[in-house]
Write a protein that binds this ligand. Structure first.
Ligand SMILES: C[S@@+](CC[C@H](N)C(=O)[O-])C[C@H]1O[C@@H](n2cnc3c(N)ncnc32)[C@H](O)[C@@H]1O
Length: 278
């Protein structure tokens, strides 16, 4: 386990993921019923952003969006500013998904966060020490999909955001984890983030979702350039199982603006399609 999210925090893949995460949570908390949030690969919570040296991926992510005035990004940018602190060129620190989710969720909701790396796990625990809604687990996130579901609330968003150290073999592990999760909690809303370098390696997982998901699947993709090189990150995707009703239209509008703001050259684009229709 060599992956450390610190190097990538606030990059375009994070912006895409976290903007979507907040949109999902906003839609799911409109109903006055408690929600559980389970994250299989939680990371640290809050990341310092390097302003010198190589780890400055954030400059092409949150740095690019920093002054954006489109209403679609307002809630996300406001949360990043408040949680991470503000400098002229971007936030001082970048809040990860657990912190953004905890900030968005209500007093009666619950967060279950899984992180395997010992140091990252300790940092995550420290981050949430006073928050009684949060339980932090040092355990394998895929195994937790079987062990921690179904939640007593019977309503949950589950974010699966692995490091893809195993490259495309990670999709097999995700599918195995989801199979366990579907057996125990088919009514959950699942969101799976994935990196895009080229398109062909993604096709088997899309087919698997279309065939095995117990409900509708919406697949969203952001390309910052043509997905034509296996050597670099050219885009990011999120497959959302059972997305909240009527969210697709709202997301399409924001995604179009995100592709414009974060594009890095020819081929910057966005895509939204149902892998399985509602
Ligand atoms: C992409 S990062 C998570 C970033 C975080 N979700 C966010 O958006 O802020 C993936 C994390 O998964 C952790 N990890 C790797 N394998 C794991 C496993 N099998 N179970 C739980 N966590 C794991 C890594 O240590 C890393 O912190």
């Amino acid at each position: 386990m060599n992956y450390r999210h610190y190097f990538h925090a606030g990059n375009f893949g994070d912006v895409f993921k976290h903007w979507l995460l907040l949109a999902l949570l906003e839609a799911l908390t409109r109903k006055d019923k408690p929600l559980a949030y389970l994250e299989t690969h939680a990371g640290e919570g809050l990341y310092p952003l390097a302003r010198e040296g190589e780890a400055q991926e954030w400059r092409l992510g949150i740095g690019r969006l920093w002054g954006a005035e489109e209403p679609a990004f307002a809630a996300y940018l406001e949360a990043v500013r408040r949680l991470g602190g503000e400098a002229a060129d971007g936030p001082l620190r970048y809040p990860g998904s657990p912190l953004l989710a905890a900030d968005r969720l209500r007093p009666g909701d619950r967060l279950l966060l899984c992180e395997l790396h010992p140091e990252v796990y300790s940092a995550l625990r420290r981050c949430f020490a006073p928050d009684r809604r949060v339980s932090v687990h040092q355990r394998d996130g895929y195994e937790a999909l079987g062990a921690l579901l179904p939640p007593p609330e019977r309503r949950a968003l589950i974010l699966i955001d692995p490091p893809y150290e195993a490259k495309t073999a990670e999709f097999e592990r995700i599918a195995q984890g989801l199979e366990r999760a579907f057996r125990r909690f088919p009514q959950g809303v699942y969101a799976v983030w994935y990196p895009i370098k080229t398109l062909p390696p993604l096709a088997p997982f899309s087919r698997w979702l279309a065939a095995h998901a117990p409900g509708p699947v919406l697949d969203l993709r952001l390309f910052v350039r043509e997905p034509d090189s296996p050597l670099r990150l050219n885009g990011a995707g999120m497959a959302i199982l059972r997305p909240p009703f009527a969210l697709a239209e709202e997301l399409a509008k924001g995604l179009r603006q995100l592709a414009r703001a974060l594009g890095q050259g020819a081929g910057a684009a966005w895509e939204m399609r149902w892998l399985r229709e509602p």
